[in-house]
Design a binder for this molecule. Sequence first.
Ligand SMILES: Cc1cc2nc3c(=O)[nH]c(=O)nc-3n(C[C@H](O)[C@H](O)[C@H](O)COP(=O)(O)OP(=O)(O)OC[C@H]3O[C@@H](n4cnc5c(N)ncnc54)[C@H](O)[C@@H]3O)c2cc1C
Length: 481
Amino acid sequence: MSNKVKIAIIGGGVAGVTSALYLGQLGMDVTLFEKEQSLVSGPPFCHLHAGGNLYREISDKQCVTLLKQSIDFLRFYPFVVDYRPTVIVLPTTDKSTPNDLLPRLRLLKSEYEELIQTDEENKVLGESKDYYKLYGKEELKSLQKQTIKKKPSSCDEWMIPVAQNIDLEKIQFPLIMVQEYGLNLFRLASGAMLALKKEKTVTLHTQTSVIDITEDKNDKKWNISYKKGEEKQEEFDYIINASGFRTGKIDDMLNAPCQRMVEFKAAYVSRWKKHENTLFPEIIFHGERGTPQGMGQFTPYPNGYFQLHGMTHEITLYEDGLVSNSKISCQPELGQDFIEKIENSWKEEETAKRTTSAIEHLSQFIPEFSSAIVGSKPLFGAQQIPGDDPTLRVAEVSFPTEYYARCEIVKVSSVMQMVDALVKEFIKLNYLGESVQGGRDMKYLENLTELEVNNYAQQLCKERDYPHDLSMRNISKGSIG
Ligand SMILES: Cc1cc2nc3c(=O)[nH]c(=O)nc-3n(C[C@H](O)[C@H](O)[C@H](O)COP(=O)(O)OP(=O)(O)OC[C@H]3O[C@@H](n4cnc5c(N)ncnc54)[C@H](O)[C@@H]3O)c2cc1C
């Protein structure tokens, strides 16, 4: 049956490529349309939210879901993960205390333990007893005296550069180290492209925009018009809309019911030459979003590159950067200056200004980081948030009309649950047999080598005008004690 059914996937971001890889492995006839030259070129991602510890405002339920989804994601995409922990810090100016975070951490630790008991293969974040670790002021002072390790192999070793570089007078204790790792978007883009090219039942159309869709109600077919140089048409049985922040445009073509927001955000790339040989964990300085004290995120890459977020309107967030759809269109309209950034380029002055603000923001807590400089153009983009709650962090897929699925993820780790929901739908439609539900066949990995993923990821950096260091892993699996 699956061989006869033709599936169109619109959009080659994480949602679209994962759908194509997964359904392709099940032998389904899949066509992926992506308007850009290469895959996964939309909004960036650098953090595996394995417990949602960056988001104090969300429910425990969302945090537990993020933990489960992240473990699933890590198992499906092992080559994308940067194995280094995250340190959570509360500044003295923060209204809350680190102790307020402990009940949630204890819950996450026991949920992780249960997941391991259900399936030993879920043990991808180390031992459950080490899911988080607390550090008091005295321990940090003692770590300050130790020598930084070239390849840290325990929580304490990862903590040495933190102890030596952050201003202990400006923060509350304890500090929390948690096993939330890094993600590399260039490696995902590379591996997905290479794997999909090898998948026999997947047709990959890059540099191809879907421009119109009509429905043949008698035949129950979708007629997709697309532009790849010239305009072409093709019939499909089922459409998966994975077009990211432009999801509403496809909804409009199909007259589908909708409610969503779109948000533009940016992260900045800096270079700190003094520490080009030091491996840091990621460091989060909590703060209230949208205020000058907004959360600071210090994300390490190899060779002295650091990606920075600051949840203030001068850094990551933008006034008017969050918009909702209207009654007449499913597509929220971002201001022209955001579209200009997405489709063309950033002005150098703005890159310099916002990157410098980000460096200053983080230097409040890491004083010597003030010597960092602009490393490259920002990593940025617009993303979709289904519904009307801007704090939503867990979302997967909806089925607004017949033969139409709409993927609207907010965090990349939701894609595995998203494909499970797609498979369930296809079993219901008799496209697939029941036995495939929930399977995690990762045969695609057998056809990929580390070397080809590395090489193509580096090439993608070059094509997109980023330093090739951003495609490299800081450290491989097994380096966290
Ligand atoms: C600054 C920032 C930082 C972030 N950090 C993280 C993080 O650390 N961790 C995390 O989990 N998430 C993070 N996110 C969220 C994450 O980036 C998104 O959830 C994710 O990338 C969305 O993937 P997607 O596949 O749904 O959409 P996209 O990646 O936007 O993919 C949609 C694709 O569809 C294509 N397309 C659109 N219309 C058409 C058409 N008509 N025809 C053909 N192709 C079309 C587009 O070109 C695009 O490639 C961050 C987001 C931002 C903005």
